[in-house]
Design a protein around this ligand. Structure first.
Ligand code: HDD
Length: 682
């Protein structure tokens, strides 16, 4: 075992270092290294004459520019990524021979790309959608990709339906409307006619589909994979990422507004957190199942529309990932990174989940068109940190200069190298699962219950979450033009919960379903976001201040927020400094023209002596909006009157406290709670 223990001394991906180029302070050259004396004027026959064909510099510059774009990903086009490291907490050799899951002193470099699924590259971050959560582990045994989502199940059971699903949820083909939204006819027509989607739809209609931050969402490998140990013994496994900050979401109205106010909200949030050293962390969890238990459940563990309830199969936390470095260049890294489920290491293997099996084809295939040929593994971000050798040669953009004449196996001229490696010496060998059967195009009977876990999910939601799900259904279906599709969807979800379906029907003007309902009474508390970790870290407070404030008190509050890892931005009448009545100076970050309440997690009101009617009106609107989004609002004596006037003073999560020493802990507590759902909005 001992040779397994040596790993990367530190987590830096040295492979990338070689390719990082700093152009700053350098001389301008062409791509051939020719220093150029002029870069502003093309070569012409006379100052006012035509441009000359001879102008190789002009042609090189324009040609490169004309070819700058590559096709965006067919799904998950909009994404954002960061570097980091992963460390396992304890030795997992009992289950897997994967080296990066054995030695807790080894830091494995990782690259994580988060994404939305539906929208184009330029679409907004805050839309309702599943989020991609794809992790590349650069291990000493080769790259391992865990290509998951923030939702633990999927729409379909068989990969052959993926093109149909994507055609249905993408903008409709005649007018390419709507962008990054499932609120349209073809998507819901697909849902109603492919009822295996029921469980996933419940998640998509829930708050999981509008996460507050990439830092505050879970990740799931979705499929059942296999772990294989040194003795060749296998266990089934499901992978989970659990964010240290807990799971939190926007409210729908806020997500909508954010799409306009800051379409880059999620990427900015992640970038800023990493820049200020507030590194996002996620623990890796595994649900492990002995092979003997494969048929122990009332669902098929090969069905990607099913979870293993955590109460039945506990999630064992085995390691932690920390994202600690932003990319240097979005295109070179985030856009060119190529994930593939088939990038595995010894000790991790597949199952016969038909969705997984199909994905094993699709990912490399899509990189061929997206990245222009079979050598995408040579792009710096995709290169393994360990050496790689084989007989593959040539192709577009080949960078390796392979030495020698031999590029075939078996050979005698190179001593039959590159030589295969036995499993005992670390070579990958497929797990020898016994399979037999007739060739059929069919779905197993064990895949045919589409509703029980959808009901389990519904049963597990708090009343607030249920109301959000109901509203999301109403929103989506209200945008569907076909009454027939609306009716089909309502009738379908009557199988999940009759009351839910009736409420939707009532709100969208179709007939209430006459029959339906479910006899599933079980719930899984782990599914509710209400039961998640609550922390103040990394939240952002809007501090609304006017001239003449109490400088000492404000400084005390702001310092206290900082010491709780809470960020803030100061909003006042104009940029520059705002002056306290004791002469204190505070730098202003925004006016109401440049920011909005949806960009903050909480509001702190500090009213000075200034009387500016327009500012007061804008402030009232700002506070009211934060209030309707259930956000914490706080003030001491100075700002208190401002709030009372808005009649929201006595609501939960509104902290009005004259004594600043009592105010601070109360306000921090209110911020930790994230949202105050018991607030009455009437
Ligand atoms: Fe996929 C991208 C996640 C089913 C085919 N997928 C892609 C990405 C993520 C997922 C996170 C973005 C990776 C990145 O950031 O570059 N996909 C999933 C999950 C699925 C899933 C969790 C269900 C469990 N996907 C799925 C199926 C197929 C694909 C069934 C096709 C048979 N997915 C692709 C793709 C993409 C992709 C077309 C587009 C860009 C890419 O691969 O690199 O190949």
């Amino acid at each position: 075992m001992n040779d397994r223990k040596k790993g990367n001394e530190n987590s830096k991906n040295e492979q990338l270092e070689f390719f990082r180029v700093d152009d700053r302070g350098k001389k301008l050259t062409t791509n051939q290294g020719l220093k150029m004396s002029e870069d502003e004027f093309s070569l012409k026959a006379g100052e006012r004459g035509p441009t000359l064909m001879e102008d190789f510099h002009f042609r090189e510059k324009l040609t490169h520019f004309d070819h700058e774009r590559i096709p965006e990903r067919v799904v998950h086009a909009r994404g954002f990524a960061a570097h980091g490291e992963f460390q396992v907490y304890k030795n997992m050799e009992k289950y897997t021979k994967a080296k990066f899951l054995q030695d807790s002193s080894v830091k494995t470099p990782v690259f994580v790309r988060f994404s939305t699924v539906n929208g184009s590259r330029g679409s907004a971050d805050s839309v309702r959608d599943a989020r991609g959560f794809a992790t590349k582990f650069y291990t000493e045994e080769g790259n391992y990709d865990l290509v998951g989502n923030n939702i633990p199940v999927f729409f379909i059971q068989d990969a052959i339906k993926f093109p149909d699903l994507v055609h249905a949820f993408k903008p409709e083909p005649d007018n390419e409307i709507p962008q990054a939204s499932t609120a349209h006819d073809t998507f819901w027509d697909f849902v109603a006619n492919n009822q295996e989607s029921a469980h996933m739809i419940m998640w998509i209609m829930s708050d999981r589909a509008i996460p507050r931050s990439f830092r505050m969402m879970e990740g799931f490998g979705v499929h059942t994979f296999r772990l294989v140990n040194d003795d060749g013994k296998a266990h089934f496994v499901k992978f989970h990422w659990k964010p240290i900050l807990g799971v939190h979401s926007f409210v729908w109205d806020e997500a909508h507004e954010l799409a306009g106010r800051d379409p880059d909200f999620h990427r900015r949030d992640l970038w800023d957190a990493i820049e200020r050293g507030d590194y996002p962390e996620y623990e890796l969890g595994v649900q492990i199942l002995p092979e003997e238990d494969e048929f122990k459940f009332n669902f098929d563990i090969l069905d990607a529309t099913k979870i293993w309830p955590e109460e039945d199969v506990p999630v064992e936390i085995i390691g932690k990932m920390t994202l600690n470095r932003n990319v240097d260049n979005f295109f070179a890294e985030t856009e060119q990174v190529a994930f593939h489920l088939g990038h595995v290491v010894p000790g991790i293997d597949f199952t016969n989940d038909p969705l997984l099996q199909g994905r094993l084809f699709s990912y490399t295939d899509t990189q061929l068109i997206r990245l222009g040929g079979p050598n995408f593994h040579e792009i710096p971000i995709n290169r393994p940190v360990c050496p790689f050798h084989n007989n593959q040669r040539d192709g577009y953009h080949r960078q390796t200069i392979n030495l020698g004449k031999v590029s075939y196996h078996r050979n005698s001229l190179a001593g039959n190298t590159p030589a295969p490696v036995s499993p005992e010496e670390g070579g990958f060998a497929t797990y020898q699962e016994k399979v037999e059967g007739r060739k059929v195009r069919a779905r197993s009977e064990s895949f045919k219950d589409h509703f029980s876990q959808a009901t389990l999910f519904w049963n597990s939601m708090s009343p607030v979450e249920k109301s959000h799900i109901t509203e999301a259904f109403v929103f989506e279906l209200a945008h569907v033009k076909s009454d027939s599709v609306k009716q089909q969807v309502v009738d379908m979800f009557a199988n999940v919960n009759l009351e839910l379906a009736r409420t939707i029907a009532d709100n969208i003007g179709v007939n209430p379903p006459k029959s339906g309902g479910s006899n599933v009474t079980k719930s899984s508390p782990a599914l509710s976001q209400m039961n998640t970790v609550k922390k103040p870290n990394g939240r952002k407070v809007a501090v609304i201040v006017t001239e003449g404030y109490n400088g000492a008190e404000l400084k005390y509050v702001l310092d206290s927020l900082k010491s709780n890892d809470i960020q803030y931005e100061v909003i006042s009448e104009k940029l520059g400094n705002v002056t306290g009545r004791d002469g204190a100076q505070l730098k202003v970050d925004h006016t109401f023209l440049t920011t909005d309440s949806v960009l903050y997690d909480a509001v702190y009101m500090v009213r000075g002596s200034a009387k500016n009617m327009k500012f007061n009106r804008d402030a009232a609107r700002f506070i009211y909006e934060a209030f309707t989004h259930y956000k914490p609002i706080g003030a001491t004596h100075d700002g208190k009157d401002w709030l009372k006037k808005d009649k929201i003073g006595n609501s939960p999560g509104v902290v009005l406290e004259d004594d600043v020493n009592r105010f601070v802990p109360e306000f921090v507590k209110a911020i930790s709670a994230h949202r105050h759902w018991d607030r009455q909005l009437s």
